[in-house]
Design a protein around this ligand. Structure first.
Ligand code: ATP
Length: 310
């Protein structure tokens, strides 16, 4: 468990983190969200003692980070994906880290496999793509087989296969009872990976909620379905936990069933579909609404910018 209590960090006049309190529980994936500059990295740096709080406390597994004899085995972190010597191979980088903690070579081989780095393990890390660098960072975080894993923007730069890999990896770690925290500034992406959300803006806590509750508040997990047989499909999909609204005769928004279930029912009854789209827009909008007062730099709406330029 990570326990953040009344944590505050000031840089001169700037308050980066403002009396922030939350806990990250074991057995689930917690998404730590906020717009750029919200204070996520600063908070994570304080969690592992890279920055000293101005006030407040934070403990990792019941103790301050510095009090752990072998921190790598307590909490694995990815904070700066590119903090690898570019001339070193992935293997050499992980081996060097392992030696500082008495971790055997067999574990290095294991995390290389786990991170899908087998074919590039002996290539210089400086030549790695952003995605490969992220995988190496995640491999390093897992090296000590830690009970707590904290990753800063782990899916940044990953292709869809990489995002899926991170998702499966993190939910697997959580299922083993570990504490998993990842930061992001992308709501819809995080909602796919996380079970719980801690959302901050301007260093302050804005929401501490389950993903399901957040989605429910944002209008539910709707799926947009378009068909020429709207009325028939509505009857076929109806059920006690299903809500269906329609914007036009050919368009339904369904909650309570996912797109896979809707597609299967449509095929079973021979109803042709033109569109079957899980709606994530409302989620992103709800996040933007929640954090809008906390965004440091607002961009002008596109039409205002165009008018100004004209
Ligand atoms: N060393 C520093 N000195 C002065 N100000 C800082 C320092 N580090 C961070 N800040 C400021 O503190 C605020 C929070 O920054 P932080 O990097 O923690 O945000 P973030 O949520 O991680 O953002 P991003 O998503 O852009 O990484 C920002 O306004 C930032 O400019």
């Amino acid at each position: 468990m990570i326990d953040v209590h009344e944590l505050t960090k000031r840089y001169g006049d700037k308050t980066a983190v403002d009396r922030l309190s939350f806990t990250v529980q074991p057995g689930q994936v917690t998404g730590f969200l906020g717009p750029n500059g919200a204070g996520k990295s600063t908070t994570m740096r304080m969690i592992i003692g890279l920055d000293a709080p101005t006030s407040g406390t934070v403990t990792v597994g019941g103790r301050r980070y510095a009090e752990h004899a072998a921190p790598l085995q307590e909490i694995g972190t990815l904070l700066e994906a590119r903090s690898v010597h570019p001339g070193r191979t992935a293997f050499a980088h992980l081996m060097a880290l392992a030696r500082t903690h008495g971790i055997p070579r067999s574990r290095v081989d294991e995390v290389i496999e786990l991170a899908g780095l087998g074919s590039v393990a002996h290539k210089r890390a400086g030549a790695f793509s952003l995605g490969m660098g992220q995988r190496l960072g995640i491999a390093a975080a897992l090296l000590g087989d830690p009970e707590i894993v904290m990753l800063d923007e782990p899916v940044n730069g990953l292709d869809p296969e990489g995002v899926l890999w991170v998702r499966q990896l993190l939910s697997g770690l959580a299922a083993e009872g570990r504490t998993v925290m990842l930061s992001s500034h992308l709501m819809s992406e995080t909602a796919l990976i996380a079970d719980h959300l801690v959302i901050i803006g301007r260093g302050r806590l804005l929401a501490n909620t389950t993903v399901d509750a957040f989605i429910e508040n944002a209008g539910g997990r709707g799926v947009k379905v378009a068909t020429a047989e709207g009325e028939r499909l509505r009857l076929l999909l109806s059920g006690p936990d299903v809500t269906i609204t329609s914007t036009t005769a050919e368009e339904l928004v369904v909650s309570g069933l996912d797109s896979r279930q809707i597609g299967a029912i449509a095929v079973e009854h021979g109803v042709p579909l033109y569109e079957l789209t899980p709606q994530t827009v409302s989620l992103e909008e709800a996040f933007m609404e929640l954090t809008s007062d906390a965004v440091e730099y607002h961009s002008a709406p596109a039409d205002t910018a165009r008018r100004r330029a004209a």
